[in-house]
Design a protein around this ligand. Structure first.
Ligand SMILES: [Fe+2]
Length: 378
């Protein structure tokens, strides 16, 4: 047996994933903490691959499953065409503009986007983003399963120079899939033993996540909120929107890694997350905040503001959520560290608002939270 020289190349490395190696080579700012308070104020740097300023979020909770990055489209400019053999979900953080999407050899499809639009770029479709305004940059957030995909196919060329494309995704018989017309499918879903009805909205383009009003209440006694299911019809990426009513919060729960949670409405609040028995991390929460709970860390969302709070969630593949792992998934309010409620009430006091959390939740294990504000909104 001989020892190979250090410069000998290998696609395999015990300590660094293919995505990690690819990311180091990108030479673009990378954020690696637990959360980003406001995407609109982070430092961006020129990203050769995309031909525009950008930054990558490789947060602790992404854990080699999902990735997120932001791109800045300068005023009045169009960034170069790009394609990747992994689909992307794009959320518009700021600005308005036009997307042009096409499969090689097929007609271009154009649609207009604005602040709070959400759309999907299918795998290996070319796309170009143009800023329609001459007076301010546009900012887009992109989320994909690239780290997970690279873990089983480590060659960069596969993702960034791959001719395979499925034209039926956008050129099928159902017309322009980026029209603003979504359709709702009513489904009954079992969430941890609690059955509830949901509306799953099907489309490739959602013009504004903040005006959506067809919301279904879900969750049990401790984790009630409103949900709006988002289904991109041909996508492997699971998404959803959670809406938290004012002056209330959800009990802590935990699951697998890689859930990228994005603030999509004005307002303020905070999230708390912690490993079992460990130190609590408080993540400030506002419009354009992002946080990603690490694998099996408890986390909870608190809304001490006077208006509802909307959050977009981009989930990892179902198998990684750990729904069936048998772990304690939720901390009932009655078992909660009183520190959490104290922080919530202190934040409410700063806003001059009363708590709408019934005290019985914290005293009686059989308490029924009967709150008309938490019923379905159709
Ligand atoms: Fe969660």
């Amino acid at each position: 047996m001989t020892t190979a020289p250090a410069e000998r190349k290998s696609t395999n490395s015990w300590w660094q994933s293919p995505y990690d190696r690819w990311l180091v080579a990108q030479d673009v700012p990378v954020f690696t903490g637990y959360y980003v308070e406001d995407l609109r104020t982070i430092e961006l740097g020129w990203w050769d691959l995309r031909g525009c300023p950008g930054a990558v979020l490789n947060l602790v909770g992404h854990q080699g499953v999902t990735e997120a990055h932001v791109l800045q489209i300068p005023p009045g400019e169009t960034i170069p065409p790009f394609r990747m053999a992994a689909e992307e979900i794009v959320y518009v953080v700021e600005g308005q503009g036009i997307a042009t999407i096409w499969a090689e050899g097929h007609p271009q499809i154009n649609f207009e986007w604005q602040k709070r639009s959400l759309f999907r770029i299918p795998s290996n479709y070319y796309y170009q983003l143009s800023n329609a305004r001459g007076d301010q940059p546009a900012l887009t957030l992109h989320v994909s399963y690239l780290p997970l995909a690279m873990s089983i196919q480590p060659r960069e060329e596969f993702f960034f120079n791959n001719g395979f494309v499925d034209p039926t995704e956008l050129y099928g018989s159902e017309g322009n899939p980026f029209s603003a017309e979504a359709y709702a499918v009513r489904e009954t879903v079992d969430r941890g033993g609690v059955k509830h009805e949901t509306h799953q909205w099907h489309a490739n383009f959602f013009p504004d996540l903040n005006v959506w009003d067809k919301l279904r209440a879900y969750g049990g006694r401790n984790r009630r909120a409103f949900g709006a299911g988002i289904t991109f019809p041909n996508s492997a990426i699971r998404t959803g929107m959670m809406v938290l009513p004012p002056q209330r919060y959800r009990a802590a729960h935990r699951h697998g890694p890689g859930v990228t949670i994005v603030g999509v409405s004005p307002g303020s609040g905070f999230a708390v997350m912690y490993p079992e028995g460990g130190e609590k991390i408080v993540c400030p929460w506002t419009d354009a905040s992002v946080f990603v709970p690490p694998n099996n860390w408890f986390h909870q969302h608190l809304n001490p503001g006077g208006t509802q709070n909307r959050q977009l969630r981009v989930f990892p593949p179902k198998a990684l959520m750990g729904y069936d792992g048998g772990l304690n998934k939720e901390v009932p309010f009655i078992e909660e560290d009183p520190w959490v409620r104290e922080q919530f009430e202190a934040a409410l006091a700063e806003n001059g608002l009363p708590s709408l959390m019934p005290s019985g939740l914290f005293e009686d294990p059989d308490y029924i939270w009967d709150d008309p504000e938490m019923d379905d909104k159709d």
